[in-house]
Design a protein around this ligand. Structure first.
Ligand SMILES: [Zn+2]
Length: 139
């Protein structure tokens, strides 16, 4: 167990976000790189999600991301932005994630670990047009 944690430390830095504007900047930066244009970007407290996206491309990110290492926030940002290209989590979605963040699967696991440890089990999920119905039932 200890060994795995040491390995993770190599990938995850302790650098965190300065403020909400720092996150906005990263969203704009990644959006340009991926070639998408979010309609609107909001950062506000969310109870059970890290981020959400509307059918019109409006994005909301959770203020709790400010407490996490930057890489994990970037993973959440890229995840949401890729949804502007691919609405589901299928094969095409995964290949986009792989292209932009090669270690995305490790970051996804790390995000879950941080959620359990520091944020009382917040689950790294979000809504999009396809999963809204299902998610409502879970909540
Ligand atoms: Zn998603």
């Amino acid at each position: 167990m200890k060994k795995a944690a040491d390995q993770d430390d190599k990938v995850i830095s302790k650098t965190t976000w300065q403020d909400a504007e720092d996150i906005r900047w990263a969203v704009r930066n990644w959006a340009a790189r991926i070639g998408v244009k979010p309609a609107r970007v909001q950062i506000r407290p969310m109870k059970t999600k890290w981020a959400s996206i509307t059918t019109t491309g409006g994005m909301t990110f959770d203020t709790d991301l400010l407490k996490l290492p930057k890489e994990l926030g970037e993973f959440v940002i890229v995840h949401e932005l890729v949804h502007l290209l691919v609405p589901n989590h299928g094969r095409v979605f995964k290949s986009f994630m792989q292209a932009y963040i090669p270690e995305w699967e490790l970051l996804e696991t790390q995000l879950q670990t941080y959620a359990n440890k520091e944020l009382n089990g917040k689950v790294p999920r979000h809504t999009n047009s396809n999963s809204k119905k299902k998610l409502k039932q879970q909540l």
